[in-house]
Design a protein around this ligand. Structure first.
Ligand code: CO8
Length: 260
């Protein structure tokens, strides 16, 4: 099978571009998450690598979020393994010492939004057809505490409360207004803008920046790190409930109908 992640690492700048290329919509399957983590580990081990830009090679979509098929009709064991991989990706990205920038060149619901929220900076294509947000409640599921925490750390309590309860997906202009993304640029300039921003961030004394990032994020990271097993158990109990499985099925049918 072809790689779901393509990494272009430029040794002269110390910047890697991570391109997600898992057709059709870069949904975060177990295989995909595993590949992301392996790519990140490789980059972390390379002492010369100082920054990562995450973007999509798929048209119109950054990432459709967690692969719903990994949570539907699967055994508790599988769900547990899947959830552990989701945790792992978040821990790696949110806790990364490197400068991370999301170049959001398409829609980014749920887990896709979470992925971009783990970055230090978010640049989105200014295309009103795209949207971003934690829309979990619309699927009848509940964003876990660490999804919520990451959102609160970015847009504050009130914006998060409203966004999460209503499962809001924001158009780029609205996302910019609440600080869910930091910058909008024309679609063909997302990567250029990300590269420019990266240069600015990498000009800051590295050690000071890293300690500061860690200081800001550590309490949120520790909260999950010290509760991983319970969080997995919680997810498995929730997602395998008959009523939740039914919600997921209805949501998938809705996605298909929208298409027809
Ligand atoms: N998982 C699996 N398959 C998906 C997903 C997904 N997340 N998203 C889309 N697909 C499938 C579609 O069903 C479709 O399949 P098929 O070709 O067989 O009909 C194919 O991908 C293409 O999708 P679309 O035709 O819809 O493509 P568009 O380009 O029109 O739209 C979107 C792209 C905007 C990404 C759209 O597909 C979409 O809105 N997808 C759903 C996104 C979503 O709601 N994801 C939520 C996932 S849940 C999550 O991430 C966090 C869960 C936290 C768990 C908490 C529990 C305790």
């Amino acid at each position: 099978t072809s790689p779901k992640i393509k990494v272009d690492y430029d040794q002269t700048t110390g910047v890697a571009v991570m391109r997600m290329q898992s057709p059709p919509v870069n949904s975060l399957s177990l295989d995909f998450l595993t590949e992301v983590c392996i790519s990140l580990e490789k980059l972390e081990m390379d002492k010369g690598c100082r920054g990562i830009i995450i973007t999509s090679n798929q048209p119109k979509v950054f990432s459709a979020g967690l692969d719903i098929l990994e949570m539907y009709g699967k055994s508790p064991e599988h769900c547990g393994e899947f959830w552990k991989a989701v945790q792992e990706m978040w821990l790696k990205l949110y806790g990364s010492n490197m400068v991370t920038i999301a170049a959001i060149n398409g829609s980014s619901p749920a887990g896709g939004c979470l992925m971009s929220l783990t970055c230090d900076y978010r640049i989105m294509a200014d295309n009103p057809r795209y949207s971003i947000g934690l829309n979990e409640t619309q699927l009848g599921i509940v964003a876990p505490f660490w999804f919520k925490d990451t959102m609160v750390n970015t847009v504050g309590h009130r914006n998060t409360e409203m966004a999460l309860e209503l499962g809001l997906l924001y158009k780029p202009a609205e996302a910019l207004k609440i600080g869910l993304v930091d910058q909008l640029v024309p679609e063909d300039q997302v990567l250029t803008a990300a590269t420019q921003t990266m240069t600015k961030w990498l000009a800051i004394p590295e050690h000071a920046r890293q300690i500061t990032k860690s200081m800001m994020r550590k309490p949120t990271i520790e909260k999950l790190r010290s509760n991983r097993e319970a969080d997995i158990q919680n997810f498995v109990n929730f997602i395998t409930k008959e009523s939740i499985q039914k919600s997921l099925r209805m949501y998938m049918e809705m996605l298909k109908q929208k298409k027809a």
